[in-house]
Design a protein around this ligand. Structure first.
Ligand code: PLP
Length: 481
């Protein structure tokens, strides 16, 4: 083996500086890049050799290829003109923590494999539970509760659905019967995926109808549960969505919680995006009743300044949760784990291995402090309010669902095709990026544009400019607002 096969720490020091400079330069110039990647399918792949490199290469050459091949194929999620989907903000303190995580290179599947990885995560999640105003029953200092970081909300809902399934199976009465889970017709597709992966079958996820505000209709849920019971099926799980993906509609956790308690069903709250806003006490109303929930999930990797992946999940009864997910072959056995005195987070998640993800949440909480997080969320909501006002002031556009937090759903007062073409034109321009959804508007399914604030670099001037662009591209002959 050649002596210089690996990068030594001295080279790393120098090359690391280059890479940090590269990232800093990227963030500085991001506003000048087209937000939506303009490449055609296959264009990035065409720039890559078919065969892997036989000999090693230099970082300089790799960075040149990043500029030449990769950069044009990026959609710039951190651009101030990014208003698509929900944000995925990646603050620079969390980027540094990500580097530290890789640099330390620990794998924290069990307490013993890096006690700090476990204990920091537990503490940081207790902090965050308090900052979000979650009930004490979710804290690790309560008799039953605790939090864990998953990669995504999709993993979280799958893990808790498995736990709910095992809890109902443990009762014995479910043997040989169909298990039923419930969410609203507006819930995220990850709930359907979870139902299919966890073995109850996607046909056993009941997608309950919604009220006018697109929240799950509790009366319809009750009927669905009663029908299932009558037909000999076994209801076991409800997923309440606080902040749906399409319109940020909010199910009533309190109403669904009462139904869950009555029928002894596991209630999971998916607050992937909106839950982050609970750092501000004035938004906590949306999770009223959360003390009735068995689990609560939100994604700091969406709106709480923490780079992907960081999805925080809390459970009220960690015993039933870990019993469902724990598998301990001899080679993973440790005396500390056996003693029950420590947390082995491998029992709280689907994969075995785990990164030191709490570092980035810790860096974010320490860098910004609670005040900083609140200021950030409030400013981004203010920017969405500003955009909403601009839309309301125009005769040519209409708001299609109540603005909630940083999301404004609106449309040009014209046909769906005109709105589709408008969105294509907006995104082709490269200065801003928006996405769409289809929702009922006055009884008919309509194509609607979504404008989501939340990217760190977005300022008022970017929102004003976005509105200018949208108006200028709207079908001609219309009156500017
Ligand atoms: C309400 C809701 N739940 C779940 C998800 C899925 O998130 P993840 O990518 O973390 O699985 C999203 C993504 O936008 C979402 O909006």
């Amino acid at each position: 083996m050649p002596d210089d096969l690996h990068m030594d720490p001295e080279d790393f020091r120098e090359l690391g500086r280059k890479l940090i400079d590269f990232i800093a330069d990227y963030r500085e110039k991001i506003e000048t890049l087209p937000v939506l990647s303009q490449v055609q399918p296959g264009e990035v792949a065409a720039g890559l050799p078919l065969e892997p490199p036989v000999e090693g290469d230099s970082l300089d050459n790799i960075l040149q290829d990043i500029d030449r091949i990769v950069m044009p194929g990026l959609t710039h999620w951190q651009s101030p003109g990014f208003f698509g989907y929900y944000p995925a903000n990646s603050s620079l303190p969390s980027v540094l923590a990500e580097l530290l995580c890789a640099g330390l290179g620990v794998q924290g599947m069990s307490w013993v494999t890096s006690p700090a990885c476990t204990e920091l995560e537990t503490r940081v999640l207790d902090w965050l539970a308090g900052i979000l105003g979650l009930p004490g029953s979710f804290s690790s200092s309560s008799p039953g509760g605790g939090g864990v970081i998953h990669g995504t909300a999709s993993e979280a809902v799958l893990a808790v659905m498995v736990a709910g399934r095992e809890r109902v199976r443990a009762g014995g009465e479910a043997a040989g019967k169909e298990l039923r889970a419930y969410c609203s017709s507006q819930a995220h597709s990850s709930v359907l995926k979870a139902a299919s992966i966890c073995g109850i079958g996607s046909q056993n996820l009941v997608q309950v109808g919604v009220r006018d505000d697109l929240s799950m209709d509790p009366a319809m849920l009750e009927v669905a549960i009663e029908n299932d019971l009558g037909a000999g099926r076994v209801p076991f799980f409800i997923c309440a969505t606080v902040g749906t993906t399409s319109t940020c509609a909010m199910d009533s956790v309190a109403e669904l919680g009462r139904i869950a308690r009555k029928h002894e069903l596991w209630l999971h709250v998916d607050a992937a995006y909106a839950g982050n806003a609970c750092v501000c006490p004035e938004y906590r109303e949306m999770i009223e009743g959360v003390e009735l929930a068995d689990s609560f999930n939100c994604n700091p990797h969406k709106w709480l300044l923490t780079t992907f992946d960081c999805s925080t999940l809390w459970v009220r009864d960690r015993e039933s949760f870990t019993q469902a997910l724990s598998v301990t072959p001899e080679y993973l056995r440790t005396s500390q784990g056996d003693s029950g005195a420590v947390i082995d987070y491998r029992d709280w998640q689907i994969p075995l291995g785990r990164r030191f993800r709490s570092l980035k949440l810790w860096f974010v909480l320490r860098w910004y402090g609670v005040d900083g997080l609140r200021a950030f969320i409030r400013e981004q909501v203010r920017l969405a309010e500003l955009f909403e006002e601009l839309v309301c002031g125009s005769q040519n556009f209409e708001i299609c669902a109540p603005r909630r937090l940083g999301l404004v759903c609106f449309r040009f007062r014209g046909s769906d095709d005109e709105n589709r073409e408008l969105l294509d034109a907006i995104n082709a321009g490269g200065e801003i990026f928006l996405t769409h959804t289809v929702i009922p508007v006055e009884g008919a399914a309509r194509y609607v544009l979504r404008f989501a604030t939340g990217t760190i670099s977005t300022k008022e001037k970017h929102v004003l400019r976005a509105w200018e662009i949208i108006q200028s591209l709207a079908p001609s002959g219309t009156i500017p607002g």
